[in-house]
Design a protein around this ligand. Structure first.
Ligand SMILES: Cc1cc2nc3c(=O)[nH]c(=O)nc-3n(C[C@H](O)[C@H](O)[C@H](O)COP(=O)(O)OP(=O)(O)OC[C@H]3O[C@@H](n4cnc5c(N)ncnc54)[C@H](O)[C@@H]3O)c2cc1C
Length: 464
């Protein structure tokens, strides 16, 4: 029997363990935290479902939903309340709605773009003229998201659309993020149509013929933590969890030796389902070059703050899913979700809950006390929404160096890592540093690693 060791008990590692278990392969999962799930953590306080990390997944990426259905949790899937979907953006001290018809930062409807107060006339005219761009047949080099969007729509679209929208997902900087890795679809559309707006419209028309209308985001009624519990239970017949910190992965007599705080373990296959910089440190003595390459994937930290209020004492006005704060207008708050509006079943009728996200601004909040973070966030909410009410509860969650940043050149970096990993038979990588940052991507990479182990193929970083 081959022995498989998985390092990291987030969704990537658990997905690997589950798919191995399904194929009858036993694994040992090493997780240093006392609980499984990594950044996925759900708590329930006074009837409110609090997501400390991710709160949902994109419906367009099927891997999470496939896994959920396989686990028999299909009935628990809920969609976002898209009939109430309006997202606001802060500009010049006011909250302005994002215009209808945007696909991320690409406009597809004329009237809402003409009437929005979010963008000035030079940007609106530029957006109109963008529709006449010719296809680019030259294979372009990777560029930053900011360069790409600036080229199509100008700087204001970077500052008031691309930056805040991507900060909410990557907690990152569009001047650094790679357009090839982060907005691959738009790069394809540019090549094919020239104009992103025309490309999106074409694509929508053909998708509308085949696709069923689904909400943009989906999640589980009781929170994503219930997926972790179910996954762990489903894998448990073939999975042994060791709560310990892996210190190194070495080669010994044709097998791997994994040194832990406690007894070392041997393995025929190892899946590093932890952050890339952690994987690099673990592999330093095995392959110094690979360790260096893994260490070059940058990460950002983030902090989430959930504030629960009694409805009868709440003094703010909530409309839509929440708001984003562009960096130009930002102090600490990057985004705020009105949880009860965005998702049903998450907040009882007598409560109101706001979930605030401090993206790259989270770095500075990591070292602050909960009290300081909460009081800063409340001061901003008072400024932005006029909320002075005392919250009934507040929960702060810190996620240091947890969000991989797909910076310019990311694809090449991953290809180089993959080539190096292939040269070490039995070694596999999964996690948000490689071919997708979201929960569905990580579930997919975990599954791919398991499939490769079962079929004894090298390396596990197959495409999207
Ligand atoms: C605040 C936040 C909000 C997000 N929101 C969304 C969202 O709404 N939708 C979405 O799709 N995605 C979202 N994401 C992204 C997504 O949640 C993550 O990319 C994904 O969950 C990462 O899973 P993972 O298993 O790869 O890594 P992690 O969850 O980080 O798990 C890695 C695990 O490895 C363990 N580990 C590391 N080193 C060692 C070691 N040496 N020994 C033992 N254990 C080790 C860690 O303790 C950790 O538990 C969000 C992320 C964050 C942080």
């Amino acid at each position: 029997m081959r022995r498989v060791v998985i390092i990291g008990g987030g969704i990537s590692g658990l997905s690997t363990a589950y798919h191995l278990a399904k194929a009858g392969v036993a694994s040992t999962l090493v997780e240093r935290r006392p609980r499984l799930g990594g950044v996925i953590q759900t708590d329930t306080v006074e009837g409110c479902v609090i997501e400390a990390g991710p709160d949902s997944f994109l419906s367009a990426k099927p891997a999470a939903l496939d896994l959920i259905r396989e686990l028999g949790m299909g009935e628990e899937v809920i969609g976002s309340n898209d009939h109430l979907r309006v997202t606001y953006l802060r500009k010049g001290g006011r909250l302005l709605p994002l215009p209808d018809g945007l696909m991320l930062m690409v406009p597809t409807r004329i009237l809402p773009m003409v009437s929005t107060r979010l963008l000035g006339w030079p940007t609106k005219i530029r957006m109109g003229l963008e529709c006449f761009r010719r296809p680019r047949d030259t294979v372009s080099q990777d560029r930053s998201v900011a360069d790409f969007i600036r080229d199509h729509y100008g700087q204001e679209a970077v500052d008031y659309l691309a930056e805040p929208l991507l900060a909410g997902v990557y907690g990152g900087d569009p001047e650094q993020l790679s357009v090839t890795s982060v907005l691959a679809l738009f790069v394809d559309l540019e090549r094919k149509y020239g104009s992103l707006s025309r490309g999106v419209l074409h694509q929508r028309r053909s998708a509308a013929k085949s696709a069923k209308a689904r909400p943009l985001f989906q999640t589980l009624r009781g929170g994503l933590g219930s997926l972790i519990e179910k996954l762990a239970r489903a894998a448990s017949s073939h999975m042994t969890v060791v709560t310990d910190e892996a210190a190194s992965v070495e080669r010994q007599g044709g097998r791997f030796l994994i040194r832990l705080g406690g007894e070392p373990v041997e393995a025929d296959a190892v899946v590093l389902a932890c952050q890339a910089y952690e994987a690099g440190e673990l592999l330093r003595s095995l392959d110094g070059t690979l360790a260096e390459q893994l260490g070059t994937v940058p990460y950002n930290s983030s902090v989430t703050v959930s504030l629960g209020y009694k409805r009868d004492s709440f003094d703010g006005h909530l409309h839509g899913f929440g708001f984003l704060v562009p960096r130009k207008e930002r102090r600490r708050l990057v985004a705020c979700t009105f949880v009860g509006t965005k998702f049903p079943y998450r907040v009882p009728d007598d409560k109101v809950m706001l979930r605030c996200f401090l993206g790259s601004a989270g770095e500075s909040a990591l070292g602050d006390s909960d009290q300081t973070v909460v009081s800063d966030v409340r001061a901003e909410l008072r400024d932005i929404l006029g909320i002075a009410a005392e919250p009934a509860f507040a929960r702060v969650s810190r996620w240091p160096r947890s969000m991989a940043q797909y910076t310019v050149g990311h694809k090449r970096r991953v290809e180089a890592i993959e080539a190096r990993v292939k040269a070490i038979p039995g070694l596999y990588l999964a996690g948000n540093a490689y071919t997708g940052i979201g929960v569905p991507d990580c579930a997919r990479m975990g599954k791919q690693a398991a499939e490769k182990i079962v079929s004894n193929e090298p390396a596990a970083l197959a495409g999207r």
